[in-house]
Unconditional design. Structure first.
Length: 352
């Protein structure tokens, strides 16, 4: 999920990229990251990283995130009544709406939920490739990514892991071939980003629909979603109240070790109850293991996307979801947790 500390001052050091005489229309390598003025209106600037010795943000006094401002609590939230610069009413409304749509489609008809996952993957790829292009001048080809990503998810649902691997391989090949139709300048950089996008979004999302394909698939997916949400909630609640020791100050200054303990505790309790009462042949002790693993992977996923956004110099990956950011800002914890939960469920209760 998001690092919800308040946005800092607009990014400095991002200047318009000079044009490479050898390849008109593409940024010159020495010009630094591309700063697109139109794109800047779509994503908020990332707050400054605190000094590793003092723990204080690098911003000037009196500014959000500057000296004298409260530090973050749990899971990327600060102890403040201002809700970390986000629209609380919009965030709650959008969150409830998304929850209703997901739960309704999940238990009404599996194919409808499959379509929801495909849509989330395509939009997530669009957000990721757009930010890479705007902030770094990296042109990962969206068309083969979107088509191949959708095919990968569908193949994973229909033919399990074998289908997912085959579709992923063809998607990577399509990215390589599609980019060959353009200038060779920055070819390696663009296709590397494209291959990263293939594995980061559609491949990891495929594990969600592989859970869905089981006879009790909706309940497996429900448990996966529940553990991720409960982990984030535990991190927020415990860290907001007790958080004092930073977890990873250079990546996500608001996250604390106390928040991580809260995430693990909440997820383990939820996992024990879920495995005992919601999963066929599940045992409570298996839920403890599942909850621990889910909390760990959700935290790693959160920190991973925070690292990407800090490198890009943005606060959110998009603005599609008011109060939340973009689709990728909601998928950051879910994507890396999906293969972990899938694997443990297969080990504990089987794949069908």
């Amino acid at each position: 999920m998001n690092d919800s500390s308040p946005g800092g001052a607009p990014d400095a050091g991002y200047r318009g990229a000079a044009e490479d005489p050898a390849a008109p229309g593409r940024p010159y390598a020495s010009a630094g990251p591309v700063y697109d003025v139109a794109a800047a209106a779509q994503t908020r600037p990332m707050p400054p990283v605190p000094d590793e010795n003092t723990g204080l943000p690098a911003g000037p006094p009196g500014t959000p995130g500057g000296p004298g401002e409260p530090s973050g609590g749990a899971g990327g939230h600060r102890k403040s009544g201002k809700n970390a610069g986000r629209n609380l009413r919009a965030a709650i409304g959008v969150g409830v709406g998304l929850g209703v749509v997901i739960i309704a489609t999940l238990f009404i008809y599996k194919v409808i939920f499959l379509a929801v996952v495909v849509a989330a993957v395509v939009v997530g790829l669009w957000e990721l490739t757009s930010r890479l292009r705007e902030r770094k001048g990296i042109n990962a080809p969206l068309v083969p990514l979107a088509v191949g990503g959708a095919a990968t998810v569908v193949a994973g649902y229909a033919w399990a892991a074998e289908g997912a691997w085959v579709a992923t391989a063809f998607t990577v090949l399509a990215v390589l071939l599609w980019r060959m139709t353009q200038s060779p300048h920055d070819y390696l950089k663009d296709v590397t980003a494209g291959v990263f996008a293939v594995f980061y979004v559609p491949f990891l999302a495929t594990f969600v629909v592989m859970m869905l394909a089981a006879h009790d698939g909706p309940w497996r997916v429900f448990v996966f979603l529940l553990l991720t949400v409960v982990s984030d909630t535990g991190a927020y609640a415990v860290g907001w109240r007790f958080g004092k020791h930073k977890l990873a100050p250079r990546i996500s200054p608001g996250k604390t070790r106390e928040g991580l303990l809260g995430a693990v505790s909440f997820a383990m309790v939820a996992g024990a109850l879920s495995m005992q009462y919601l999963i066929d042949d599940g045992k409570w002790w298996q839920g403890l293991v599942l909850g621990l693993a889910a909390a760990a992977s959700a935290t790693v996923g959160d920190l991973g996307e925070s690292m990407i956004k800090r490198d890009l110099g943005i606060k959110d990956m998009g603005t599609l979801l008011p109060g939340h950011g973009g689709i990728m800002d909601r998928l950051d914890s879910l994507l890396p947790t999906a293969p972990v939960v899938w694997l443990l469920l297969v080990l504990f209760v089987g794949s069908t």
